[in-house]
Design a protein. Structure first.
Length: 161
C-alpha cells in the first residue's frame, strides 16, 4: 500500500522583483499552511519521507509542515525536478521513490498537482488551491506501479477558515 500526500505551496507574493523560484509566501499563505498542517496533524498519519520543490514558496510551506508535524529534517529532501508545472516530472519522480517508503508527502505546484490528483485519484478536483492537501492511496507495493488510486481526503483552507 502506497500513500501519496500532495501539498500545493501557500499563496505567494508578486510584490517583489524576484525570479519565480524566489517568490515568497504572503501572510495568508503562511496562515493557510499553518491551518492545513494542524488539521493534517490531527489525522495522525505516519509519513516516511518528505520531498519539496526548490522554489522558495514551496520550501517555506514545507518547513511550516515539518515543524508543525514535528517531522525529522533528516527525512526531508529538496528535489529540483519537483519545480514542475505540468505534472510529468513530478510523476516521474514519484514513480522512482524507494519502495521501502510507504507514505510520502510532496510539496509543489499547480497545474501539476491538480493534474496528478485527477489522473491518479478517483474524485474530480477542479483546482488544488494554494496550501491545499490531497491524499491519494494506491493498492500496490511499488511506486513504479501506481496508476489509478483512491482519493482518501482533501484539506483545503477555505473549508476550514
Amino acid at each position: 500500500m502506497k500513500n501519496l500526500i500532495l501539498v500545493r505551496h501557500g499563496k505567494s507574493s508578486w510584490d517583489y522583483a524576484v525570479s519565480d523560484k524566489d517568490r515568497p509566501l504572503k501572510e495568508r499563505g503562511i496562515n493557510d499552511a499553518l491551518l492545513v498542517s494542524d488539521i493534517f496533524k490531527q489525522k495522525d498519519y505516519q509519513v516516511d519521507a518528505v520531498f519539496s520543490s526548490p522554489a522558495n514558496r514551496a520550501l517555506h510551506t514545507c518547513m511550516i509542515f515539518l515543524r508543525r508535524l514535528e517531522f525529522p529534517f533528516t527525512d526531508f529532501q529538496v528535489i529540483e525536478n519537483l519545480y514542475d508545472f505540468s505534472g510529468n516530472s513530478d510523476l516521474e519522480f514519484i514513480k522512482s521513490i524507494d519502495d521501502h517508503l510507504n507514505t510520502v508527502m510532496v510539496f509543489g505546484h499547480n497545474h501539476a498537482f491538480t493534474y496528478l490528483a485527477n489522473s491518479l485519484g478517483n474524485s474530480y478536483i477542479d483546482n488544488v488551491p494554494t496550501s491545499g492537501l490531497v491524499h491519494l492511496k494506491f493498492d500496490v507495493d511499488n511506486w513504479n506501479a501506481i496508476s489509478q488510486g483512491a482519493t482518501i481526503q482533501t484539506i483545503f483552507p477555505k473549508d476550514y477558515r
